[in-house]
Design a binder for this molecule. Structure first.
Ligand code: ATP
Ligand code: MG
Length: 424
């Protein structure tokens, strides 16, 4: 039989990597809790129109990236390409929008059929957060402050810069759209194919184009920022003032438009130069019309999503030495029974200790080799003598110290002092 490979762009997360994921997951859960967010866990599959309506028909995600299929009932379903649409569906369905101020976070896999490359998988993972029912600028800023704190806690603050922009209100965009199209019409033939099409469907998205000739044309395009209506302009100025007050640095990037249709007013991205072309680690913004469009009450919303793979990639470039957990490894020359018994007793006595047991046996030399490879700090040895006099031989695997004997009943206390209390 030919050997199967995982699907292109969908990666296994192997045992050596999961500890970094788990650590990040713990940090995220703690951070969200401190800002009063509760976790929400949703299906990975939704009716396709949950996404097409929310994200917009003329976006890249809906036009060419979704994994859409018919199930056995003939319903059109899709793997989620992002989290917000499903969260909105859920909070409407379960009536969670009252009272205003719901704060939820989520994590998990997302699916987009894009060209795989560094920072771009077909199955990737996001952490995201959403706040519903609050229109005030302070909400935008608290959300940004949360992410800023995360960078501090991860030691990444100097690697990421915050860019913000305002996409205004729908009526502002309507007016601006006409002006943009008027500017672009004389350049139509110079645009790339995608942008030509967008000129008539979604001209704002042309700012997102990565094609250089198109970018050159867009560099001189009228900026939406100069067309903000009064309410959106005041909102944005307040956001900037509050960020200043908190000492959170940012740059205003008036060319920042987001890839999904539902955004309005504040949009933001955290970008790094250390990951090559795919440098956006976290992105978000306001989506005040989305809940109503999805069939709920007309309440405002705001959120962000960050790419877990890009974040872990960035963390790994910092080559921080991740601390190994306290760990020992049992080695025996008396059969597996007594060794397992002692290991179990030790696991009961010290629940936070990682306890390895040599299950293979054989010569002491080969057992010690495996003990070394397990990266344990101490090897614990039981031979006939130790079994007879109720002791354990303790060998420090990291220093050249002589090995010494301990009474069985003193072992847990000794290891607690050496490995656990010394870390606290
Ligand atoms: P990009 O411009 O990089 O395509 P996007 O605007 O499509 O990003 P969002 O929909 O805003 O991305 O998703 C939020 C975050 O999720 C991104 O900033 C990125 O960190 C991550 N992300 C998006 N698509 C992928 C992907 N295919 N593989 C890995 N991470 C991704
Ligand atoms: Mg994309």
């Amino acid at each position: 039989m030919t050997q199967r490979q995982s699907i292109r762009g969908m990666h296994d997360i192997l045992p050596e990597a999961t500890k970094d994921w788990q650590r990040l997951e713990r940090q995220m859960a703690s951070l969200f809790a401190r800002y009063q967010f509760k976790e929400i866990r949703l299906p990975i599959v939704e009716h396709t129109d949950v996404f097409t309506r929310a994200i917009g028909q003329t976006t890249d995600v809906v036009e060419k990236e979704m994994y859409t299929f018919e199930d056995r009932n003939g319903d059109s379903l899709s793997l989620r390409p992002e989290g917000t649409a499903g969260v909105v569906r859920s909070v409407i369905q379960h009536g969670l929008l009252n009272p205003p101020g719901l704060k939820v976070w989520y994590q998990g896999p997302m699916f987009r059929h894009e060209r795989p490359q560094r920072g771009r998988q077909r199955q990737f993972h996001q952490f995201g957060a959403e706040v519903f029912g609050l229109a005030e600028a302070g909400v935008d800023v608290e959300l940004i402050a949360l992410v800023d704190r995360l960078w501090h806690e991860l030691g990444l603050r100097d690697d990421l810069r915050l860019e913000i922009n305002s996409l205004g209100d729908p009526e502002d965009r309507q007016r601006y759209r006409q002006e943009l199209v008027e500017y672009l019409m004389p350049h139509e033939q110079e645009l790339d194919e995608d942008s030509k099409r967008r000129l008539h469907t979604n001209p704002l998205r042309i700012f997102d184009s990565k094609v250089e000739t198109t970018q050159a044309i867009m560099a001189h395009a009228p900026r939406f920022f100069d067309h903000l209506g009064e309410p959106a302009r005041v909102h944005f100025e307040t956001v900037c003032e509050l960020l200043d007050q908190l000492g959170i640095e940012y740059t205003i990037n008036t060319g920042l438009v987001r890839g999904l249709d539902y955004y309005c007013r504040t949009v933001f991205e955290w970008v790094t130069d250390r990951l090559g072309a795919q440098g956006t680690v976290c992105a978000g913004g306001r989506y005040d019309g989305l809940v109503a469009m999805a069939g709920g009450k007309d309440v405002p919303g705001i959120g962000f999503a960050m790419g877990a793979e890009r974040l872990l990639d960035l963390l790994s470039t910092k080559n921080d030495e991740s601390e190994a957990p306290p760990s020992v490894y049992w080695v025996g020359a008396v059969g597996i029974g007594p060794v397992l018994q002692k290991a179990e007793a030790l696991r009961t006595a010290l629940p936070s200790l990682v306890v390895g047991v040599d299950l293979v046996g054989g010569s002491l030399k080969s057992q010690f080799k495996r003990a070394d490879r397990s990266q344990a700090r101490f090897a614990l040895v039981v031979g006939e003598t130790e079994l007879a006099d109720g002791t354990v031989q303790v060998k420090d695997l990291r220093s050249k110290q002589e090995q010494h004997h301990l009474k069985q009943e003193d072992l847990a206390q000794y290891l607690a002092e050496q490995l656990i209390e010394s870390k606290e």
